[in-house]
Design a protein around this ligand. Structure first.
Ligand code: HEC
Length: 91
């Protein structure tokens, strides 16, 4: 009976871990974002557009940033998939 309980516990722990999905790592994100701050900040347009709220925003949609026509007319919404593509090769 004890052995059965351990098996059930192990199985439910594994299922719980899978359901939670991959955990984010804010420290690593902060480190990687340093490379973006040459051109971007959260709240001010710089070489690139400000980033606060960019996740879920339509690409090229800030009214006060002079985007390229390509980005303005791209009809992209920024999510995990589109950001991944963009950051792989912005050109
Ligand atoms: C060399 C300068 C530069 C760097 C470094 C840079 N960007 Fe950009 N980024 C830009 C420019 C310029 C644009 C506007 C492009 C356009 O209008 O086509 C932009 C646009 C974007 C957009 C679209 C924003 C919107 O409002 O639609 C995202 C998202 C973005 N950058 C993310 C990043 C991230 C994340 C990093 C770091 C990994 C990064 N950028 C690094 C210059 C840069």
């Amino acid at each position: 009976m004890i052995r059965f309980s351990i098996v059930v516990l192990a199985a439910s722990l594994a299922a719980g871990a899978a359901a939670a999905g991959p955990a984010g790592d804010p420290a690593r994100g902060e480190e990687l974002y340093q490379a973006c701050t040459d051109c971007h900040s959260l709240d001010k347009n710089d070489v690139g557009p400000r980033h606060r709220g960019v996740y879920g925003r339509k690409a090229g949609s800030l009214p006060d940033y002079p985007y390229s026509d390509a980005l303005k007319s791209s009809n992209i919404v920024w999510n995990e998939e589109t950001l991944d593509k963009w950051l792989t090769d912005p050109q």
